[in-house]
Design a protein around this ligand. Structure first.
Ligand SMILES: Nc1ncnc2c1ncn2[C@@H]1O[C@H](COP(=O)(O)OP(=O)(O)OP(=O)(O)O)[C@@H](O)[C@H]1O
Ligand SMILES: Nc1ncnc2c1ncn2[C@@H]1O[C@H](COP(=O)(O)OP(=O)(O)OP(=O)(O)O)[C@@H](O)[C@H]1O
Ligand SMILES: [Mg+2]
Ligand SMILES: [Mg+2]
Lengths: 228, 228
């Protein structure tokens, strides 16, 4: 469901090239639960951004659900992202003037989901990430880990086919991280949602069947582990 | 060097009170290296903000280097923070239009440090957190973990007496986190800088002699471990 070939991403620092991705080949099956780890600066966020159509590669191609992103019009790409991809940003990117609940409902509204269902789904997801009672708070009135969980709830509420999560447990204690992972595992198994999770967290990696390690813009390791 | 008594912090959500701190008593000696852990939402950031004079308590008192923060004028408090306290924010709070190097030098400039020495100190700290070659990049051109390290370098460059670090390794891989902790341990032992580190990271907790656990706005545990 997610596929890329010879993916390269080059930034320019003045005239100096920075090769964030140096030729990444990847195929992720529908229903897979993949962790993507590697040193700080190795290209994890860049890879997720390009896979999610938020950024263009310098070379190579990306296919989501069979569609080549470079062949899509701007409108069609935005549509694909809205309907098919749930993104959890490393810096959350919550809308400061909206409450937690409104932030989660925002994407549902763009998707044309009715008001009653939006509210119910948002409240359920916020409850599932442990934020019952905090629905009307704005991001500035929430702790770092609470903001992180709103960002996760927002990505999941949209019922995407693929979730690209950039370090979703970075600011969470063990118990909260554990319950978030169980929620993701449950959605993966029961709804067939595909997960690609960039992470430094060994607990997250332990929860995944497939473990990819990125180093210096290239895949260093791509192993499948048996169920334990 | 850091002391608080019966510290309380109450927010209001509409008319509903939220007690983020419910009476915290703490005494930290000069040269101590303390970890502050506890569930997401337990009050760690709030405690660091109040200890660092960035926020006022609803009740109780804070003393830094013998000075009662509530007795200081606004100017004297700002001065104390500038000269004595290094703060690493959970969300980094880097200045987007400044480069990494300029972000680190910023505080030194406020402290009146000369241009040549500012440059040298900033470069050394950036090298010590593994960011050699990235000095002229702006935050948006850095990975999450690289931004986090600039925030750490900024706090350390100012040569504070006390460093209050809010989850400084959240976005770092094990090797990078380890080297950051060694740097902090070195500054603690050689320069006598006091560290209070809010964290979910077991590796960080393992590096600290004194471990405080906060739950629901109160200190649940405050233990000293022997050197290992
Ligand atoms: N706009 C840019 N200009 C120059 N270099 C960039 C830019 N954006 C990212 N980079 C560099 O590309 C590399 C990969 O960045 P990326 O954010 O993907 O790393 P990461 O693996 O997500 O790191 P972390 O674990 O710290 O979040 C880094 O070295 C980063 O400094
Ligand atoms: N302005 C505010 N209004 C209402 N409640 C607030 C406000 N700021 C913080 N809180 C609440 O106070 C509690 C403590 O927040 P704090 O940020 O100190 O937690 P934390 O321990 O740092 O959490 P994390 O590990 O997630 O960063 C949280 O439940 C939070 O929702
Ligand atoms: Mg990243
Ligand atoms: Mg916090």
């Amino acid at each position: 469901i997610v596929e890329c070939r010879n993916l390269k991403k080059r930034y320019f620092q003045g005239s100096v090239p920075v090769d964030a991705l140096r030729g990444v080949d990847l195929q992720v099956e529908k229903g897979d639960f993949v962790s993507l780890s590697g040193p700080s600066g190795s290209g994890k966020s860049t890879l997720l951004n390009v896979l999610g159509g938020l950024d263009n590669p310098s070379e190579g191609s990306v296919k989501i659900a069979g569609q080549d992103l470079s062949q899509l019009s701007k409108g069609d790409l935005a549509d694909l992202r809205l309907q098919r991809i749930g993104f959890v940003f490393q810096a959350y990117n919550l809308i400061p003037v909206l409450s937690a609940e409104e932030n989660v409902e925002f994407i549902l509204q763009l998707q044309g989901v009715g008001a009653a269902e939006r509210r119910q789904r948002a409240r359920m997801l916020l409850a599932q990430v442990g934020l019952t009672g905090m629905e009307s708070r704005r991001p500035a009135q929430l702790s770092g880990g609470q903001q992180q969980r709103v960002a996760v709830a927002r990505a999941l509420a949209a019922k995407p086919s693929v979730v690209l999560a950039d370090e979703p447990t970075a600011n969470l204690d063990s118990a909260t991280a554990e319950s978030l992972l169980s929620l993701m595992a449950e959605l993966n198994q029961e709804s067939g949602i595909t997960f690609i999770v960039a992470t430094h967290d060994p607990r997250v990696i332990a929860h995944t069947r497939r473990r990819i390690v990125l180093t210096d813009g290239q895949i260093d390791q791509d192993v499948r582990v048996s169920e334990d």
